[in-house]
Design a protein around this ligand. Structure first.
Ligand SMILES: C[S@@+](CC[C@H](N)C(=O)[O-])C[C@H]1O[C@@H](n2cnc3c(N)ncnc32)[C@H](O)[C@@H]1O
Length: 282
């Protein structure tokens, strides 16, 4: 049982049973965006298998006795195959460990969480899926951009900006994307931004449509570049935004001018466990 918000109620969270895997979304970076189930999984896990997007501040919250296993895929560097990751999860569970598979954002949003569930099911390993806040919603919120807005954006569309080879996926219909009445949220798209912007304009999206590039959203390193379709590729080339970055195309970006001015953001502090640190975190 863990207390929540000092009220009389208590939450009875489910047991993290030895020999099972919890596939958990860690959110975009701020440890304050972890769910209660994610916090429990971090506290109870015997092994934490994490990907490249998980913020180190979140790993600091893990059970000190847990094995921390980095199986992150990083662009341009040797990375474990998905099959190797699946096999490792199965092997750790078969050792009788409580295995926390921790992924940035939400495991089922461009996170290959579905493939890992299928592999676990195939091996007869019981698992739990704990959703996380995806960067395309939480990251935008920290930048002061609502993903939908009544009268302005009646759809929100998540799109990947690259396929296995790093190129723009060839099954994207830019005529359809350009006609949607809401935000287009591109993941993994810094490398293809130029082509995305050109093809949206060619398909009829006005060149002055606002664009925001939000890097390291919800962390202390968050940056936001505001631009438009006509010049976003040039602006990105000049400013060199860091990865990971989410790119938002749509009128909702204009709301940032009002929302971001008084919005309180910034990640919660961690490392407050020791007496010495408590004075810094007060
Ligand atoms: C492999 S996808 C994983 C998405 C993740 N499962 C999610 O739900 O956010 C990686 C992409 O997510 C986006 N991303 C993840 N975390 C981010 C962050 N903190 N700030 C900006 N973009 C982020 C970037 O577009 C990055 O290239």
């Amino acid at each position: 049982m863990i207390p929540v918000l000092g009220g009389a109620g208590r939450l009875a969270l489910p047991d993290f049973t030895p020999g099972t895997v919890w596939l958990v979304g860690a959110g975009p970076g701020d440890p304050g965006l972890l769910t209660l189930l994610a916090a429990k999984a971090l506290a109870d896990a015997d092994a934490v298998v994490y990907d490249a997007l998980v913020d180190p501040a979140i790993l600091d919250l893990a059970n000190p006795a847990a094995r921390l296993i980095d199986l992150g895929k990083r662009a341009g560097r040797p990375s474990p195959t998905q099959e190797a990751i699946n096999d490792r999860l199965v092997a750790l569970a078969r050792e009788g460990l409580r295995v926390l598979r921790l992924k940035g954002g939400d495991p089922f949003v461009f996170g290959r969480g579905g493939e890992e569930c299928l592999a676990l099911a195939d091996a007869g390993i019981a698992f739990r899926v704990v959703p996380g806040i995806t960067a395309g919603i939480g990251g935008m919120a920290y930048a002061g951009i609502p993903v939908t807005h009544r009268g302005m954006a009646t759809t929100a569309t998540f799109v990947t900006g690259h396929d296995k080879s790093g190129a723009l996926p060839d099954n994207l219909d830019f005529g359809v994307l350009a006609a949607l009445p809401g935000a287009l949220v591109f993941y993994m798209a810094l490398g293809t931004l130029d082509e995305i912007a050109r093809r949206l304009v060619a398909a009829g999206k006005p060149p002055m449509t606002p664009v925001a590039i939000v890097s390291s959203a919800s962390t202390a390193a968050q940056t936001v570049i505001e631009s438009n379709l006509a010049r976003c590729a040039e602006d990105a080339a000049r400013s060199q935004p860091k990865r990971p970055a989410i790119i938002v195309v749509g009128e909702v970006v204009r709301l940032r001018g009002w929302i971001a001015s008084l919005q309180q953001t910034g990640p919660v502090q961690t490392g407050c466990g020791s007496k010495a640190a408590q004075s810094l975190c007060a």
